[in-house]
Design a protein. Structure first.
Length: 383
């Protein structure tokens, strides 16, 4: 039934109701769907899940479980609803992450341990059963994708004493990992490669100050806005050409890097297998085997992460070559904005790659690659 896109749950997700004529079909609930839309809109505006939960509490909106009890006529008699409007961040986050609001049926999220043990356990996300377009959507794909970026960003200040609006966006181009935000010895906050911070032999620092990155990104956004205002239709044509040309070049490079990474992953599998054989035959001691296999496994783990990142970047670039107009519509919203903020960042930018600096002192130069969400082909700044 799940594979056919049929609804298999005990009760409909918040925002929907079960079709009385077909219990395997979901219909939009006119009473709760507006609340779901409001939750997504508040998140899109940059509110945290806790801020959204607080707003729903203040407005006296029933939590999903209490709403179901109210519809069943058991809310007043039940002892489990002392605070029926007590929304918490976890409730909000579950709604924001649920693909059911895109009109897709998502099943097989949990399963029993075995036919003997009926305890439910979570199923890995890659094993979920997702059937697209089985019912009416409450939110559009663009809003859903944007919100996923918002909820991945920390909303509270970290130990540096200031919030990091770039969380989840700044990456190392060599290892593919997110860069760490730190405030070393009370100095100016900066980013540096997370892999390097853990093991300096595996990567380089790629360090850049928080303020420098802010200036580069804001400057590049303002440059696009000024060009758009000055050149009009010519700018739009240039953006289309840049998107198609730059996207094609980047996809070609990504595929080459992906081939190298996959080849090395396969080589490491072969090496580890030979180490197992030599250890079993007594040619390599257990201690030596553990040390060598651990080193190879760590390298393979880093390569696997890089491979997954490259695959995601290829898909993103292919999609962006068709979306230049969407970039232009989005950037127009920020024509009068003079200071970078989280909302602008997440709505406009997909990722920022900070390269290793070259030279020292006045001769120091550093490439910063800004990948816009709807524009293929990177834009670069120099720190």
């Amino acid at each position: 039934m799940a594979l056919n896109g049929g609804f298999c749950g005990s009760f409909a997700p918040y925002g929907y109701m079960v079709d009385p004529k077909n219990k395997r079909q979901l219909l939009v609930d006119p009473e709760t769907a507006p609340t779901v839309k409001r939750i997504f809109e508040l998140s899109k505006q940059g509110n945290s899940v806790h801020q959204i939960a607080r707003a729903l509490c203040e407005d006296g909106i029933l939590i999903p479980r209490a709403y179901r009890a109210m519809k069943n006529g058991t809310l007043d008699t039940s002892t489990g609803f002392k605070f029926p409007t007590d929304w918490v961040g976890k409730n909000v986050k579950m709604i924001l992450e649920n693909q059911v609001y895109l009109g897709h049926m998502v099943s097989h999220k949990t399963q029993t341990k075995s036919f003997k043990n009926k305890k439910l356990v979570s199923v890995p996300k890659e094993e979920w059963i997702i059937v697209r377009n089985t019912h009416e959507a409450i939110v559009d794909e663009e809003t859903f994708e944007l919100v996923q970026k918002f909820i991945s960003v920390k909303k509270r200040p970290n130990k540096t004493g200031r919030p990091n609006m770039f969380v989840g966006l700044v990456k190392c181009p060599d290892c593919g990992r997110n860069m760490a935000f730190s405030n070393p010895n009370g100095r100016e906050p900066r980013f540096r490669c997370r892999t390097y911070a853990r093991n300096s032999n595996l990567c380089t620092t790629h360090a850049i100050s928080y303020d420098a990155l802010q200036q580069i990104v804001m400057g590049d956004i303002q440059k696009h806005i000024k060009s758009m205002e000055a050149l009009g239709d010519q700018f739009i044509e240039e953006m289309h050409e840049l998107s198609e040309k730059g996207g094609g070049q980047k996809i070609k490079q990504f595929r080459q890097d992906l081939e190298i990474a996959e080849k090395r992953i396969a080589e490491i599998d072969s090496v580890i297998m030979k180490l197992f054989e030599q250890n079993a035959l007594g040619k390599i001691s257990d201690e030596r085997f553990e040390k060598m296999s651990s080193a190879y496994e760590n390298e393979q783990k880093e390569l696997t992460q890089k491979r997954d990142d490259l695959k995601a970047r290829i898909i993103a670039e292919e999609k962006k070559t068709q979306s230049t107009n969407q970039f232009l519509e989005t950037i127009r919203k920020y024509e009068t904005v003079t200071e970078l903020n989280r909302s602008m960042l997440v709505e406009l930018i997909d990722s920022i790659y900070v390269y290793q600096a070259e030279g020292t002192g006045k001769d120091r130069k550093q490439k910063v690659e800004i990948n816009y969400r709807f524009l293929a082909g990177s834009q670069c700044g120099i720190a």
